[in-house]
Ligand binder design. Structure first.
Ligand code: PMP
Length: 426
């Protein structure tokens, strides 16, 4: 680590406090980004294969111009009339299937999920929530209580139930979709027997934090029916798969062929600018706005809306969903070829610009290579490739580049991974 990075880390610890995580044993000290590339303060260039926030490319000129033009014209709180939020909400909701045609804007994915929980309470009059047992949905008090990947002993609550995260590499006997629905049904019964009742199932339809298992379209059909039969709602957290990342569809739930009751959005929405949102039916929005008088000072301000609109325009004008489908399929194919050479690769999965491989110490027992993957990621970083790990056993390479990623970038990533898997001994 350079002396400048060392002193920055020390100042950061002193002024921000402990447990402020950084990736890598030797944190990367970035100063600039462009397209799929980022540079550290020492001039070293890295291929960013992880960062789904700069969704249409680091510092995309069209997004930067829209943001700065609006910042130079007007930015204000959100209690005045302004075209920006209406134009954006119309354009955004047009990407959803009926009857998902109203939107609420806020600033983070956590806030979006927090609002979704209140929508569930407003429409059902109940508070019980079901999530998977390996999930993260954000950091408000209500939402962090749902997150099993948050180790805190505080904030646990009796209105939350967990179902096993789907695992396509170690599948249950029988139909995986029916199995998941059965688990949800059992937890609904528990909640209905409690003082809380059942309000909602909250899931990422791509199950990103769970390690993005390979689930066929239709996997959630039985679950959707179970939720609705019980009078609850289904909330789809699209913070990770949304905005065309998976290539075939704009939204993860559309691949699954379901229409959730509430959808939450975040990270990629503003290409790095903090804007997030909730999309739902007019009826649910009406119930929510009647039950809770929601106001968000920054949510949907003119600069956020100009930025978010520019992101949608770039996705459309540059054909980035098609690029996600093409390049993602190519990269995944190359990763599958690597699996023939490196036995540590147990499973390759993902869709579009969200793919990866589960590393195992033994393909028969499927024992997770949890320590090994750390060394692989670290060495990739040393060789200029940024990515990370995820999944139930934290042994899945999480490769989630922005949508400007090309076949040449994929070749560089896979060739470097090939060398690292040869050089770093299990
Ligand atoms: N939902 C999911 C699925 C997430 O992965 C995250 C963040 N990693 C969030 C919600 C929270 O988003 P934010 O950090 O913008 O609050």
């Amino acid at each position: 680590m350079t002396s400048l990075s060392k002193s920055l880390l020390a100042r950061r610890d002193a002024v921000l406090g402990p447990n402020m995580s950084t990736f890598y044993q030797e944190p990367v000290h970035l100063v600039k980004g462009e397209g799929v590339w980022v540079w550290d303060h020492d001039g070293k260039k890295y291929l960013d294969c992880y960062n789904n926030v700069p969704h249409v490319g680091h510092c995309h000129p069209h997004v930067v111009k829209a943001m700065s033009d609006q910042a130079a014209t007007l930015n204000t709180h959100t209690r005045y009339l302004h075209e920006g939020i209406v134009d954006y909400a119309e354009k955004l909701t047009a990407t959803f299937d009926d009857p998902l045609n109203t939107a609420l804007l806020c600033c983070t994915g956590s806030e979006a999920n927090d609002v979704a929980l209140r929508m569930a309470e407003a429409v059902t009059g109940k508070t019980g929530i079901i999530v998977t047992n390996h999930t993260y949905h954000g950091n408000t008090t209500a939402v962090s209580a749902l997150s099993t990947t948050n180790p805190s002993k505080f904030g646990k609550s009796s209105h939350i139930r967990h179902v096993p995260a789907p695992d396509s590499y170690r599948p249950p006997e029988g139909d995986a979709g029916e199995y998941f629905a059965e688990q949800v049904k059992a937890k609904i019964a528990e909640l209905e027997d409690s003082e809380h009742g059942f309000a909602a199932l909250l899931i990422d339809p791509f199950f990103a934090n769970e390690g993005f298992p390979d689930l066929p379209a239709g996997f959630l059909n039985a679950t959707m029916k179970v939720v609705h039969d019980a009078g609850g709602i289904l909330i789809a957290d699209e913070v990770q798969p949304g905005f065309g990342r998976t290539g075939s569809h704009m939204w993860g739930h559309q691949y699954q062929g379901i229409t959730p009751d509430v959808v939450t959005l975040g990270k990629p929405m503003g290409n790095g600018h903090p804007v997030a949102g909730v999309v739902t039916t007019a009826a649910i929005m009406h119930e929510f706005r009647t039950a809770f008088r929601y106001f968000n000072t920054f949510g949907g301000n003119p600069v956020s809306c100009a930025t978010a609109l520019a992101v949608l325009e770039v996705i459309e004008q540059e054909g980035l969903m098609q690029q996600a489908a093409d390049v993602g399929a190519y990269a995944k194919g190359r990763l599958q070829e690597l699996a023939e050479k490196h036995s540590v690769i147990g499973d390759v999965r993902g869709r579009g610009m969200f793919f990866g491989a589960e590393l195992v110490t033994d393909r028969t027992t499927k024992a997770p290579a949890t320590d090994y993957i750390l060394r692989v990621i670290e060495e990739l970083r040393n060789r200029g490739i940024l990515l990370n790990k995820i999944g139930i056993h934290y042994n899945t390479l999480k490769i989630r580049p922005n949508l400007q990623f090309t076949r040449d970038d994929a070749d560089l990533l896979i060739d470097t991974l090939d060398q690292v898997l040869s050089d770093v001994q299990p």
